[in-house]
Design a protein around this ligand. Sequence first.
Ligand SMILES: NC(=O)c1ccc[n+]([C@@H]2O[C@H](COP(=O)([O-])OP(=O)(O)OC[C@H]3O[C@@H](n4cnc5c(N)ncnc54)[C@H](OP(=O)(O)O)[C@@H]3O)[C@@H](O)[C@H]2O)c1
Length: 254
Amino acid sequence: MGSLAGKIALVTGASRGIGRGVAQKLAQEGALVAVHFRENESAAGETLGAIRDSGGRAFGIRAELGAPDGVETLYDRFDAGVARHGMDPGLDVLVNNAGVSGSARIDEVTPELFDRIFGVNTKSLVFLTQQALKRMRDGGRIINISSAATRIAYPESLVYSMSKGAVDTFTLALAKEVGARAITVNSVRPGFVETDMNAGKRRTGEAAADLASWSVFNRLGQPSDVADIVAFLASESSRWVTGQCIDASGGSRL
Ligand SMILES: NC(=O)c1ccc[n+]([C@@H]2O[C@H](COP(=O)([O-])OP(=O)(O)OC[C@H]3O[C@@H](n4cnc5c(N)ncnc54)[C@H](OP(=O)(O)O)[C@@H]3O)[C@@H](O)[C@H]2O)c1
């Protein structure tokens, strides 16, 4: 039996990339997984298909974070999906993974870019977690996907880096707030992972090799590299770790 048998997990942004890897891993560990996405129904379908083909249980939830009713829509669909699967209402593991990037140095930043990035990466994450806590059982897990850009200066994506710095601060404060319920809160900081998010930055072999060279292992991260760490933080084995930001960047720029 997997480490998450009988548990319910919600993974935001699970149609593609890191979120897909996380959803697959948590389902493999036995959780019923809510696969959230914004609009890419076919990609979400691929995640759901892969989980079901391996004997796991999952359902899809479409909701646009950053839209006025995004969080409300998400939970209406989440609660309905849990009921459809015959499980008691509630939540055990929340993985705040959905995010948007945006390359802009200080002289290129606009108020629109700032609001878009903070709206999804930071503001939605706070209100999504607020509602999650109303459903979460004692001993639950909250895992926020941050970025190594909070440790490594990356002026090329200034606002993106700031939005993840706020997530790390949220992680620290919230861990103290919910400790009495034995809920842990941690963030995971990936480096460059081979997903759609940075496809534009590795169009040539030379550019891809440059990104790979950030890691001491001289390769790009894969979603499974991050998913394995998330699965540990979601499990009972991580019960004594909270309020931490775990680097998952293959030792980038050590
Ligand atoms: N890739 C990297 O190198 C890297 C490095 C450090 C940190 N991260 C962080 O890791 C997380 C996942 O990144 P990724 O590379 O896997 O991203 P990705 O491949 O671009 O996938 C993004 C996911 O988020 C969803 N999403 C995007 N905007 C949304 C919105 N407004 N509302 C709801 N869902 C939305 C997308 O749904 P649709 O498919 O429907 O569009 C998709 O499922 C992000 O928080 C990112 O900042 C990534």
